[in-house]
Each structure stands twice: as C-alpha cells, then as structure tokens.
Write a protein that binds this ligand. Structure first.
Ligand SMILES: NC(=O)c1ccc[n+]([C@@H]2O[C@H](COP(=O)([O-])OP(=O)(O)OC[C@H]3O[C@@H](n4cnc5c(N)ncnc54)[C@H](O)[C@@H]3O)[C@@H](O)[C@H]2O)c1
Ligand SMILES: O=C(O)C[C@H](O)C(=O)O
Length: 329
C-alpha cells in the first residue's frame, strides 16, 4: 500500500535557500524515496508570484513523490496539517540594525508562525528554524505554541557541523567518512564552539591526531564560526545550497535516525545537560532514536571547552533576555 503524503511547510519559499531546498524535498531526499510529499509554501504577498514561478519549475521536474504544491501568504493556512515545518524566511539584518532590532523584527514573523503551528499543525509536527538568529527565533516560535511538545522546535547548526567536518578532513587528509562524533555547541553565530575533543578520526582522538592547539584555536574554530560571513564576502549573498543541504540532513536524520556509533549537532531545547540552562535552544551532540533527538550524555568537557561553551551559552541567554524584555517569549 502506498504511504500517505507528508505535508511539508516551507517559509521563505521564494528566497535563495528555498530555491535550493524545494527541489531536494520534492525529489525524496528529505524523508526518503518511499515517502510522497505535499509542499505548502509560505511567502510574503510581494513574493508570492516568485514562489509560483518556483512551483511551475517543480511541476516541470515531474517528481513522482510530489503530490501537490499550495502557496500561501497567510501563516494560519500554510501550517494547516503540517507534519514538517522548515522556517527559512526571516528578516535579514539591515544597515545600522542592532541585534535587538533584528530580534524584534523577527519576533513579528516567528510569533505568529508559532501561533499558527499551535493552532493548525499535525500532532507529529517537527519544526526546524533556519532563519537567523535561528536559535532565538526557534525559542520565540516555541513559546507561542504551548500545545506542541517543546522538543519539536529545533534550530539549525548542521551547516556548522558539516563545515567543521570538511575543515578537519582537509587538515588531516582523510575522508569525511573517517570522522565521527564531532560537536557544535551553543549558538549558530560566531560564538559557536566546534569541539574536536571528543571527535574520533579512524577511531583515535581528533584533537590528539591534529596535535596542534594553536591550529584549533586560531584557525579551525574561527574558520568554522565565521564561515557564514566569509561566504557572504565571497558570494555577495549568504550561503544557500549548503544551508539547504544542512536542513535536509537535519530533518532526514531526525525522522530516520542517526547512524550507530556516531552523533551529529542540532540546536534543541536544553534539559539542563552540560550546564546549559533548561529551555534554551542550544546546539548539542545529539543522536536521533525513534524519531526524537537525544543529547549524548557523559562527555568529558575540559577547561578550554567549558569556557567556549559558556561564552556561546551566555550569548543565547542575552538573546533570550532581550526577547523577554520585548515581550516576545
Ligand atoms: N542557520 C543557518 O545555518 C543559516 C544558514 C544560511 C542562512 N540562514 C538564514 O536563512 C534565512 C533565509 O536566507 P535566504 O538566503 O533564503 O534569504 P532570502 O532573503 O533569499 O529569502 C528569504 C525569503 O523569506 C521571505 N520572507 C520574509 N518574511 C517572511 C514571512 N514572514 N513569511 C514567509 N516568508 C517570508 C522573503 O520574502 C524571502 O523570499 C536568513 O535569515 C539567513 O540568515 C541560516
Ligand atoms: O546569513 C548569515 O548571516 C550567515 C549564515 O547564517 C551562515 O552561517 O552561512
């Protein structure tokens, strides 16, 4: 018997990440080659026409798994029946905008979207926030969806994880497949901490194999943490295909599980593990089992890692306090 289609809502569908993401979802790369999908695209009214153009192209691919495309400029309708929600559309930082201004502007997007998810999404809704500042936008949406289990709201640090894998593979001249158990901690921002101390390369410690603390501190960590800015500098626009790829990886693993003997990184609501205040949406080492993210427990955190994790968590606390003051959570 053929499976029922899964409803996938994508916001910011006419944007550059949307353009890289939708074709991969429709081709079966998000949920698997045996799962039909229906796309529900949300855009602002001015961008609906562009979303319609993308929908025409999706039709023209004749994807066997794509069972429908609906386009909305109203969040309540777009999230109706959604099983998976990819919140990509966000207000970019404008000239002279402070962090608080950006958080406030995004509150105007993620508050109503959280309410719409609460009101109309399917019981098994899973939410991935990509739009920046992703962790705190996820917190805003979550706090307006009290009937949805808090753990269903996540933010994307998989792009940072993938970036770190490649930087390490290049340094050691190994393949991505040789690297296991890498972690991104904290915020999807320049304070994030890409941690190699528990990472294994062909079964031995990555940090020991590298054997160069200066490279770790002065090259690897800043290269990964500032990669988004470097892409903007080089491309004149922020990362799009790699961000879409990471969103596919995140949801695919959440639904289908992570491989045995490895973990990945995702920003999920803290349960207080590793001293991260409960409720903050912070990146952790995670595995997915039975369709749920679980934080990998019992990792040794040395003094260097502790101070880096604390710095990123401090920034998340400040962002949370700002949106609290603005009445957004
Ligand atoms: N977490 C990550 O790793 C990561 C990586 C790359 C980019 N990003 C972020 O993803 C976001 C999208 O990036 P992009 O390059 O696609 O931007 P973009 O400007 O090309 O597209 C954004 C789209 O969102 C739409 N939009 C704005 N407000 C909306 C709303 N209320 N509802 C629905 N749609 C709305 C816009 O009309 C636009 O089409 C940005 O915030 C960017 O900073 C995050
Ligand atoms: O859009 C940005 O600011 C950068 C983006 O979050 C990225 O990591 O590529």
């Amino acid at each position: 018997m053929s499976k029922a289609p899964v409803n996938i809502t994508v916001t910011g569908a006419a944007g550059q990440i949307g353009y890289a993401l939708l074709f991969r979802i429709a081709s079966g790369q998000l949920l698997g080659a045996d799962t039909p999908v229906k796309l529900r695209l949300l855009e602002i009214p001015q961008a609906v026409k562009a979303a319609e153009g993308t929908a025409m192209e999706l039709d023209d691919c004749a994807f066997p798994l794509l069972r429908g495309i609906d386009i909305f400029d109203d969040a309540a309708q777009a999230f109706q029946g959604a099983n998976v929600a990819l919140l990509v559309g966000a207000r970019p930082r404008g000239k002279g905008m402070e962090r608080g201004d950006l958080l406030e502007a995004n509150g105007g997007i993620f508050k109503p979207q959280g309410e719409a998810i609460n009101a109309g999404a399917a019981d098994d809704i899973r939410v991935l926030v990509v739009g920046n500042p992703a962790n705190t936008n996820a917190l805003i949406a979550q706090s307006h969806a009290p009937d949805v289990p808090a753990e269903r709201f996540t933010a994307m640090t998989r792009l940072d994880h993938n970036r770190a894998l490649t930087q390490l593979a290049k340094k050691l001249g190994v393949s991505i497949n040789d690297i296991k158990k890498l972690t991104i901690w904290g915020n999807h921002s320049a304070t994030q901490y890409p941690d190699l101390f528990n990472t294994e390369v062909n079964g031995t410690s990555a940090a020991k194999t590298v054997g160069d603390q200066s490279w770790l501190e002065n090259d690897f960590i800043p290269t990964v943490a500032k990669r988004g800015a470097a892409i903007i500098e080089a491309r004149g626009a922020s990362s799009a295909a790699s961000a879409a790829n990471a969103a596919i990886d995140h949801v695919h693993d959440w639904v289908n599980g992570t491989p045995e003997g490895d973990w990945t990184s995702a920003a999920i609501p803290s349960d207080g593990s590793y001293g991260v205040p409960e409720g903050l949406i912070s990146s952790f080492p995670v595995v997915s089992r039975g369709g749920r993210w679980e934080i990998v427990q019992g990792l040794e955190i040395d003094g260097f890692s502790r101070s880096r994790i604390d710095a990123s968590v401090k920034e998340l606390v400040e962002e949370r306090d700002t949106v609290k003051q603005l009445g957004l959570v």
